[in-house]
Design a binder for this molecule. Structure first.
Ligand SMILES: Cc1ncc(COP(=O)(O)O)c(C=O)c1O
Length: 394
């Protein structure tokens, strides 16, 4: 029997990146005292009113097929949310409801690129991006960022990576794993390059509500860039509802009908009660959203303090998101070797930096998804191992 090449292209891009996490999870399920800091799942509760809205909607019979683009009230809620954020009007015709950001990114990429095209991605990048681009058939082109620049991508680096095959720049701000938040100036400089070379911009904004001391900026909010930008997000992180699989792609009204065709080929509408809950999530103000942001900021500060004065580890305060990348290169181990040794010797599960591309080499990514006390304990164990290795290997 013959298979299409898609699964060959995807092989090795999935589970292998999460091997340390899978093992940490397995040991935890056997009762071992593992501190799991290897996955980005908010640990605080979602807004009760959003859960109530989903349950009430389900009981009210909103369990039939939804509109392929999304339910009108939900599209209006997303459009209104984005209008308020940007000050530039967004209409429901510009919005597609998706089953989360991942599904939105997949829909966007399948709509824009194919085999032979190239997609530029700042490196380090979120672990599923290689698979997403590979699924479309396009070529994944990582563009290096530097820890010394807090992993901010530059317009120059992007311009240098452009070839006649480049079609899309895939941005992620705030970034998972690096915590970098693009400034307005950086977005305008990057946008100018995209205009010069007529590139699409896909902007993954799933951590938009989680910036610490800098404002969130999006190319979608810049009127001159909006027609080439597809903004993708969800309530997975902001409202601690990843299992709802509720998100969106916002773009130019001419793009939406094409996105809808692709979305309908995959799902043909989502769950109306989930869409109703998303509308409540965005239409009302929920203190839980701010609580999450503040918790992640406080935990990031706790983490940075825990590594202060260490000769073995360099840790920089992230500008947003739910993660901190720390540099363990002075131990002379790769991020992957360090992560395995940390799990085996200290019962702490983190992601190897290499799972996020070459730019993550020699780093580990720590999720800020436990309370400060547990995080301080985990950081103490990380520091202990790093300092032991440093003494042994230098
Ligand atoms: C950068 C980034 N994009 C997308 C996703 C997936 O989000 P969703 O649950 O909305 O599909 C994640 C989840 O961790 C993420 O970190």
């Amino acid at each position: 029997m013959k298979f299409a090449p898609i699964s060959d292209r995807l092989s090795g891009l999935g589970a292998a990146k999460w091997a340390v996490h899978a093992e940490g999870l397995r040991r935890a399920s056997l009762g071992e005292p593992i501190i799991l800091l290897s996955i980005g799942e908010p640990d605080l509760p979602p807004p009760a009113s959003v859960l109530d809205a989903a349950a009430a909607s389900m009981r009210a019979g909103r369990t039939r097929y939804a509109h392929g683009q999304g339910e009108p009230d939900t599209l209006a809620a997303i459009a209104n949310h984005l209008t308020q954020r940007s000050g530039v009007p967004v209409s429901p015709e510009q919005v597609l409801f998706t089953a989360g950001t991942q599904n939105g990114l997949c829909t966007a990429l399948l709509t824009l690129v194919q085999t032979g095209d190239e997609v530029l991605v700042p490196d380090p990048y979120y672990a599923t991006y290689e698979g997403l681009v590979a699924a479309s058939g396009a070529t994944f082109v990582p563009v290096a960022t530097r820890p010394e620049d807090n992993f901010h991508i530059t317009a120059l680096a992007i311009e240098r990576a452009i070839t006649k095959r480049t079609r899309v720049l895939l941005l992620n701000t705030p970034s998972n794993p690096t915590g970098a938040v693009l400034t307005q100036k950086e977005i305008d400089e990057i946008g100018a390059v995209c205009e010069r070379h007529d590139l699409w911009i896909i902007c993954d904004e799933v951590y938009a509500d989680m910036t610490f001391d800098v404002p969130f900026c999006s190319p979608f909010d810049r009127p001159h860039l909006r027609h080439r930008t597809l903004a993708v997000s969800s309530i997975s992180k902001s409202h601690a509802l990843p299992g709802f699989r509720a998100g969106w792609v916002a773009s130019h009204p001419d793009i939406t009908p094409r996105l809808v065709l692709v979305a309908e080929a995959m799902l043909f509408g989502s769950q109306p009660f989930i869409e109703d809950a998303l509308a409540v999530a965005l239409n009302e103000k929920h203190p839980e959203v701010e609580r999450l942001r503040l918790a992640f900021r406080e935990r990031a500060e706790t983490l940075i303090k825990s590594f202060e004065g260490s000769q073995a580890i360099t840790a920089r305060m992230p500008e947003g998101g739910m993660f901190v990348m720390i540099d363990v290169r002075r131990t002379k181990l790769t991020g992957e070797e360090f992560a395995w040794q940390l799990l085996n010797e200290q019962n702490v599960s983190v992601m190897p930096g290499e799972s996020f591309g070459k730019g993550g080499a020699g780093h580990i990514r720590i999720a800020l998804t436990v309370d400060s006390e547990i995080l301080r304990d985990a950081c103490g164990r990380i520091r202990k191992l790093a300092e032991k290795l440093c003494a042994e290997n230098n």
